[in-house]
Design a protein around this ligand. Structure first.
Ligand SMILES: [Fe+2]
Ligand SMILES: [Fe+2]
Length: 137
């Protein structure tokens, strides 16, 4: 089955640890996509989705640890974006398992793919450049 998202060098933010974490998240988005295509619904889909949310939250925490440790000037804006994304992800959890779950799953996948890609290419690349300037790659 074709991947929903593919990590390429264009996604690189220049910091190995976070590139690896982003690759894992993209892998999990692809697993979610495959499960949806295979017709997975209800509690099983919720479990897969929850694993993805848990990884995303852990990843955001890792990034934020660096912001705090390095006194990153855009920490406030970046953390607010993480909060916004987390709230959106949790809202989807409550919708999975309702009657129109196929539509919700599709909507959720599109949201995840778009927002993750957009976040990595935008805000994450900014702190990647900042970390590079401070000797972290
Ligand atoms: Fe990130
Ligand atoms: Fe981020």
């Amino acid at each position: 089955m074709a991947s929903y998202m593919t990590w390429t060098d264009a996604f690189s933010i220049g910091v190995v640890q976070f590139d690896e974490e982003h690759k894992q998240l993209i892998e999990l988005v692809n697993e979610l996509h495959d499960s949806i295509c295979a017709g997975t619904t209800g509690e099983t889909l919720k479990r897969i989705y929850d694993a993805l949310v848990a990884h995303t939250v852990a990843h955001f925490d890792h990034e934020e640890e660096y912001f705090d440790a390095m006194h990153y000037p855009r920490a406030g804006q970046h953390k607010a974006m993480h909060e916004h994304l987390k709230r959106a992800l949790i809202a989807f959890h409550e919708k999975i398992g309702r009657k129109d779950s196929a539509r919700v799953a599709e909507e959720m996948l599109r949201f995840l793919g778009d927002s993750l890609g957009h976040h990595i290419h935008g805000e994450d690349k900014k702190y990647g450049a900042f970390l590079n300037q401070h000797g972290i790659a």
